[in-house]
Design a binder for this molecule. Structure first.
Ligand code: CDP
Ligand code: CDP
Length: 223
């Protein structure tokens, strides 16, 4: 019989640093990183390839399109493939970002994502980032972390990530509005588990944030 696998859950709002942190923590511990948001994005991109106007998007039509998506193991993580090919720029683009929260509200799509993430968790020790990993997907996770940060700091991070420089006042205004809108759209599915450790990352560097979670993992004896 295979040994039972370990899951670490990292949840939180957009640009709180979940994916970059989860990836680094997984590398540090020798686990695999699973980005659950990438599957919601891949399903959205697959549906978008068929038709751009979301008014007609039913759960069935999204699930039908999502048959083109597979989650493929790579190095220390997983990448969603669309018709067998990586499509990172497409799934991270604005067209998908604008529509993904709507797709993520569809219960059948949530079941589809959760089944794939749980399968990865049966096969490997995993660090999974998302919104509901500690509450729904892995309620028995060995360690649960919920990252938060002020909306302005999250907006600054997003602009820096996109442009490689500090944001102008106008960029800050626009990006903060986008972050707040996505917080609102994601509010129902983004919930801190009662037993999750809350970390406010507003004043933390990326490295400090990673170090804190690795320390917590060691305290929980999950390394
Ligand atoms: O990286 P960012 O926070 O911008 O988003 P993401 O993790 O790529 O997730 C994209 C979207 O998928 C989120 O805005 C949520 O609507 C949805 N999502 C979710 O509902 N549940 C998850 N476990 C992960 C993502
Ligand atoms: O996955 P999520 O949307 O929560 O965030 P991310 O994609 O991991 O991080 C968004 C950006 O913020 C990345 O460029 C990170 O390197 C950066 N970041 C930062 O500057 N300081 C932190 N303490 C955490 C993340």
């Amino acid at each position: 019989m295979s040994k039972s696998r370990i899951a670490i859950a990292i949840d939180g709002p957009a640009a709180s640093g979940k994916s970059s942190t989860a990836k680094a923590v997984a590398r540090e511990l020798g686990y695999r990183h699973v980005d659950s948001g990438s599957l919601y994005r891949a399903a959205t991109a697959a549906r978008l390839r068929k038709e751009g106007e979301p008014v007609a998007w039913t759960e069935e039509s999204v699930l039908d399109a999502a048959r083109a998506v597979s989650l493929s193991p790579v190095d220390d993580g997983f990448v969603p493939l669309l018709n067998g090919r990586p499509a990172d720029d497409e799934i991270r683009g604005d067209a998908v970002t604008h529509r993904v929260s709507l797709v993520a509200k569809m219960p059948g799509v949530r079941d589809w994502v959760n089944a794939q993430v749980r399968k990865a968790g049966r096969e490997y020790d995993v660090v999974v980032d998302g919104r509901d990993i500690g509450t729904v997907v892995f309620p028995d996770a060995a360690l649960k972390v919920f990252l938060v940060a002020d909306p302005e700091e999250r907006a600054r991070r997003r602009v820096r990530e996109r442009t490689g420089r500090e944001p102008s006042a106008e960029e800050m205004f626009d990006e903060t509005a986008r972050i707040l809108l996505r917080d609102e759209l994601d509010a129902t599915q983004s919930v801190k588990a009662v037993d999750a450790v809350l970390i406010d990352t507003t004043q933390l560097t990326q490295d400090e944030q990673i170090e804190r979670i690795v320390e917590l993992a060691r305290l929980h004896n999950v390394d």
